[in-house]
Design a protein around this ligand. Structure first.
Ligand code: SF4
Ligand code: SF4
Length: 385
């Protein structure tokens, strides 16, 4: 085992768990700010990490609709936990950002310069790799890329961790986004903890990933380790807590505009917007202008917005979507339906966050299933409909 060995493109290697500190050191010495999972306030959150000791060793999570609890695992696994309340959206597309400031005395309007960031994102799940692809398309693609996003996204090093412990609210297999990581990363880890110890299968997919791996003690993966890691991911695919029927889903939602089910959801939905805040692909923002008390200094801030907010659909004279049912319908119909027309994919990657963090336990998979059932019942009653 030695630093500097063969890190051939995609040739699997293994590293032992203590080598995670060498991984941090290699990232820091290359100028990266490491962001990864850690335990805080009873949850596994994403934060800037200075040391591998801050990883959530030994913690798992129990999730259900409207529920998220940390659980001691009884082993040393660092990444055996499903999605927490945060996603990489927090890092790449921050909840608040100043756009410009102006001073009356000088007449100067100063546009906020892009902050220099060089992030290494550690522990990105396959579903969240798919979410980053969505954000890339929306915020970095097209003729007007968002400089705040690109300033935080360009030059990232992404270290994915394949999913071996899906949660009860996960359904990435339905969305084709996991649990295997097949693209969109520089390094991919698969964690293994057993009688042989705590180690990771590692695949380098880019020269930048191979360069970092070269500085970490590693060895070529034995056949048995490759098979064991593959089996763990294949096993995870069979243990998804939820499933979402995707065939005909956009069409069903388009045909369900008048469904009585929207009233039923609205009777449970608080229109709090939690589901949009935790969703790794919800990207909407609004702007706010503020001044100091003298009126001499003004600033424009951008902050996340939610389609559950009454003002979100404000046109001159009032809001278009005044009822809770219209706002829930808008969210799910865009996320699972019209997103395909707009961006060429679903807006949902199956991470399950909106289910766990909905205070009333509204479950996007159950609501879609209920709408399918109602549509099928209507078709049975009237086959010409
Ligand atoms: S579905 Fe749940 S999380 Fe989303 S707005 Fe309604 S109550 Fe809030
Ligand atoms: S809609 Fe829900 S399950 Fe789908 S990506 Fe957003 S938070 Fe995850």
């Amino acid at each position: 085992m030695q630093p500097g060995g063969d890190t051939g493109h995609e040739r699997p290697m293994t590293i032992d768990a203590p080598a995670l500190q060498a991984l941090f050191d290699a990232l820091h010495s290359r100028g990266y700010t490491v962001v990864g999972p850690t335990v805080r306030d009873g949850a596994i959150v994403l934060d800037e990490l200075t040391s591998a000791t801050q990883l959530p060793y030994g913690w798992g999570v129990d999730t259900e609709a409207g529920r998220y609890r940390l659980r001691p695992r009884g082993d040393t696994a660092a990444f055996a936990n499903s999605a927490g309340p945060q996603s990489w959206k927090q890092v790449l597309h921050p909840a608040r950002a100043r756009m410009w400031s102006a001073d009356r005395s000088t007449g100067a309007v100063v546009t906020e310069p892009p902050e220099p960031h060089r992030y290494a994102l550690l522990g990105v799940r396959p579903c969240d790799l798919a979410a980053i692809r969505v954000l890339d398309r929306v915020l970095a693609g097209g003729r007007h890329p968002d400089p705040i996003y690109t300033g935080r996204r360009d030059g990232n090093l992404i270290i994915a961790v394949e999913c071996t412990e899906p949660g009860a609210t996960c359904f990435c297999t339905s969305m084709g986004t996991g649990p295997h990581a097949d693209s969109g990363f520089d390094l991919a880890l698969t964690e293994m903890v057993d009688d042989s110890g705590h180690r990771f299968l590692v695949r380098a997919a880019t020269p930048a990933g191979a360069d970092v791996l070269a500085a970490v003690p590693h060895q070529p993966a034995e056949e048995a380790a490759v098979r064991q890691a593959g089996d763990a991911v294949a096993q995870a695919a069979t243990r998804m807590g939820r499933r979402l029927r995707t065939e005909g889903l956009p069409e069903m939602l388009a045909a369900s505009r008048q469904s009585p089910h929207w009233d039923d959801v609205a009777s449970r939905c608080l229109t709090c917007g939690n589901c949009t805040m935790v969703c790794p692909t919800c990207f909407c923002t609004t702007t706010e202008d503020v001044t100091d008390l003298t009126g001499e200094h003004a600033e424009r801030w951008r902050r996340w917005d939610s389609c559950y907010d009454l003002d979100f659909s404000y046109l001159h004279g009032g809001s278009v979507r005044t009822s809770g049912e219209s706002r829930y319908r808008q969210w799910i119909s865009h996320k699972l339906g019209t997103w395909h027309e707009q961006f060429g994919s679903s807006g949902c990657v199956g991470c399950g966050r909106c289910i766990a963090w909905c205070p009333t336990g509204i479950d996007i998979t159950e609501e879609a299933a209920a709408l399918f059932s109602l549509q099928e019942a209507a078709e049975r009653e009237d086959p010409t409909s």
